[in-house]
Write a protein that binds this ligand. Structure first.
Ligand code: HEC
Ligand code: HEC
Ligand code: HEC
Ligand code: HEC
Ligand code: HEC
Length: 467
């Protein structure tokens, strides 16, 4: 043992390697033990335990034999230790040789076990949404905060961003390593550009959980609106959305696009905001090419297979506009519609620019109070709690959707589902994409929904459905 240590540590490289490996090994065992006791140290401890220390440990293990090798070469050059150019001879009949072999095997088993445990747990750890969402705190906090309020809050980041299969797993780990580096060196763009061009096709992610051929039928959608008057007058838009899907042999409605029989490809600009030519292949093999009114530019991008993400581009990181956030909060009653002018004043404070979330919190509070002090002092006194609650909700609306550090403001990430907040469906359904035979992709209002009421107070249809 002592002879082994002696030869390992004679060269400075070997000495450094041994020291690193021993210190890192002890730390690793300590932190893994800590983890076993259930201690949760947060993402930084995770990075330390599963990335930094193991790297140091492996570096140490690599340096040790390198040190031995350098030492032998040096000795050979200096002509000392005759025979040192040859490989060492192992004679199992000799006691101390047997002992040395056993020690080397023993240490290797311990090292390999330790590395295996760390790799296994580390890979597992890096797939948790906690790691993805909080490690690179500033970068990911917008995505994490919108994700946590989305219908997919229980679905892991990796289920959409990586999917299953070894190939994508390795690919994601490679690009993930680069991302860690780019965060450390502050090289990432703000905001993070979208669409994510290397996102895996929806077939391998969304369709692991949702069936494209499931018939979803029609969906009644009630969208609340509130006016800017003193009473915050409520009205509703009621739509019967033809969500559709496949029924029997026939696909229809909005999910007709993703029926396996139909195939749509398109070319668009980098951000997929402007869609150029669209090619539709029908189940019988008939092809239709719809050309845009303005022609196709020279630098039109690659063809992209149309899938779930071309409509559901924000299934998880859903950013909304202040007006619709306010309308929803008022409809839920979290912001009390009985507070005079709260819709108008709420919109005003939300549409301001603030330098940070902290400033937003202070300013929203003082501005809203100032309004009531000046105009409705009686309300401020009588309804302190409701105003307090409104301020809290307004602040959380702001801090979920606007992230000054990442240059994310209202409308940075647009949702294509519909045509209110972005051109969305109208990128194709604009009556201007036309085939040679004069067929167009229709903008007819009845194609996708039946409008049962449009910003009506107490619409008849709702009185009938909710007597
Ligand atoms: C339900 C699926 C889904 C889940 C779960 C999900 N994402 Fe995403 N994410 C997407 C899609 C789709 C896009 C790309 C939108 C586009 O390309 O237009 C995206 C985009 C992003 C972007 C690029 C910036 C942006 O907002 O467009 C980041 C960063 C990101 N996701 C991080 C995360 C993190 C971190 C988690 C877990 C906390 C997560 N995602 C969970 C589907 C998902
Ligand atoms: C790991 C499984 C899983 C994956 C992967 C997944 N989803 Fe979902 N999705 C769900 C679950 C579970 C719900 C239901 C949540 C609920 O009922 O609140 C849901 C709900 C939805 C809804 C309805 C949301 C609403 O407003 O009620 C849409 C749309 C949707 N998913 C689209 C997608 C798209 C697009 C993708 C791919 C980017 C995707 N999902 C990937 C599990 C998944
Ligand atoms: C042409 C655009 C489009 C495509 C492509 C599309 N969807 Fe949808 N999907 C919609 C619209 C619009 C709705 C209704 C949204 C609403 O209720 O507000 C919807 C609703 C849904 C819902 C919720 C159904 C319900 O009853 O609430 C799920 C789940 C869903 N889509 C999954 C998918 C999946 C998975 C894919 C890909 C296989 C896909 N969608 C492709 C537009 C699309
Ligand atoms: C990439 C272009 C493109 C986009 C974006 C797009 N569509 Fe379409 N859509 C088409 C094409 C092409 C057709 C077939 C036109 C035809 O011949 O009727 C179609 C047909 C439809 C139909 C009729 C299906 C049937 O029963 O025959 C509905 C409904 C529809 N789209 C809804 C939507 C909705 C809702 C959105 C947005 C969430 C949307 N589409 C976005 C290209 C697109
Ligand atoms: C290609 C499909 C399509 C066509 C064509 C279409 N819409 Fe829509 N529209 C949608 C979808 C999808 C939504 C719902 C988005 C959502 O889930 O919030 C919507 C939502 C709406 C809303 C509710 C918006 C809100 O937030 O209050 C109104 C109003 C509306 N459409 C009016 C029209 C009118 C008017 C036309 C005819 C010019 C039209 N739409 C044509 C797909 C379409």
């Amino acid at each position: 043992m002592s002879r082994l240590m002696w030869s390992l540590t004679r060269h400075p490289v070997g000495l450094a390697g041994s020291a690193l490996a021993i210190v890192a090994g002890i730390l690793l065992i300590f932190f893994l033990g800590l983890e076993l006791t259930g201690y949760e140290g947060g993402p930084y401890l995770g990075i330390l335990t599963f990335m930094v220390i193991p790297m140091v440990f492996v570096l140490g293990l690599v340096l040790m034999p390198l040190g031995l090798f350098l030492q032998r070469r040096k000795a050979k050059k200096e002509g000392r230790e005759p025979g040192s150019g040859r490989m060492p001879v192992l004679d199992l009949n000799l006691d101390h040789h047997r002992r040395r072999l056993l020690i080397i095997i023993g240490i290797s088993v311990v090292n390999i076990t330790l590395l295996a445990v760390v790799t296994y747990k580390g890979v597992h750890y890096m797939e948790t949404s906690e790691f993805c969402g909080t490690t690179c705190h500033t970068v990911m906090s917008p995505e994490y905060s919108t994700y946590r309020q989305s219908p997919h809050a229980q679905v892991g980041c990796v289920d959409c961003h990586i999917g299953s299969g070894a190939g994508w797993f390795v690919k994601s780990k490679l690009s993930g390593s680069w991302q860690v580096v780019s965060v450390a060196l502050d090289l990432f763009p703000r905001p993070i550009p979208t669409p994510v061009h290397n996102l895996r096709p929806a077939r391998d992610t969304c369709e692991e959980c949702h069936w494209p051929t499931k018939f979803l039928g029609e969906r009644l959608k009630v969208i609340p609106h509130f006016a800017s008057d003193e009473a915050n007058t409520e009205s509703s838009t009621v739509l019967l959305l033809k969500v559709g899907g496949s029924e029997g042999h026939r696909a229809q409605g909005i999910h007709w696009h993703v029926d396996p029989g139909n195939r749509i490809r398109y070319r668009a600009d980098e951000g997929r905001h402007e869609i150029y030519d669209v090619e539709l292949t029908l189940p019988d093999g008939e092809k239709r090419l719809y050309m845009p009114a303005g022609g196709v530019p020279e630098d039109a991008g690659e063809w992209r297979e149309f899938d779930c993400l071309d409509c559901h581009n924000r299934p998880s990181h859903i950013y909304r506009f202040p007006a619709s956030e306010l309308d929803n909060a008022l409809a839920e009653g979290v912001i009390d519609p009985g507070l005079p002018f709260i819709r108008r004043e709420g919109l005003k404070v939300l549409e301001q620019d603030y330098a940070s979330h902290e400033e937003a919190q202070l300013e929203i509070d003082s501005r809203l109070r100032a309004f009531y002090v000046e105009n409705h002092p009686d309300v401020l006194a009588a309804r302190e709690q409701d105003i307090e609650r409104a301020i809290r909700r307004l602040t959380s609306i702001y801090t979920t959707n606007v992230h000054p550090v990442m240059n994310i403001t209202w409308g940075t990430y647009l949702n294509h589902l519909g045509h209110e907040d972005s051109p969305g469906c109208f990128r194709c359904h604009n009556d201007e994409h036309e085939t040679e035979d004069g067929l167009v992709i229709s903008q007819d209002c009845e194609t996708c929904h039946t409008l049962l009421a449009m910003e009506e107070e107490n619409p008849e249809i709702l009185q009938m459905l909710r007597p």
